[in-house]
Write a protein that binds this ligand. Structure first.
Ligand SMILES: [Zn+2]
Length: 96
């Protein structure tokens, strides 16, 4: 039986995971979804990850591991560096 593989940013799903995902046009429904990313430079489309929309997580919850074969399919989604703090500024410089 095949297992999921991560090649760079792509996830190549195992057979069971591949069969469980609804197709692109029904992804607003509940169930397991694939996150398809398009590279605007090359036009290449690839699957970046898998997740589920059910229960409390109607907007989606990405899998760290494949629920079927148990392979790690989420490590490439995490930030390699520590948390990026450049987005927000905290202004403590009140002039009293
Ligand atoms: Zn799998």
């Amino acid at each position: 039986m095949s297992k999921c593989r991560v090649e760079g940013k792509k996830v190549i799903p195992c057979e069971l995971l591949d069969q469980t995902v609804d197709d692109l046009y029904t992804r607003i429904r509940k169930g397991i979804f694939d996150l398809v990313v398009t590279n605007l430079d090359t036009g290449e489309q690839y699957t970046h990850g898998f997740g589920t929309k059910s229960g409390e997580h109607k907007k989606g919850l990405m899998f760290n591991f494949c629920p079927f074969c148990g392979e790690d399919i989420g490590s490439h989604l995490k930030r390699k560096s520590s948390v990026d703090n450049s987005g927000g500024t905290v202004d403590n410089s009140k002039n009293s």
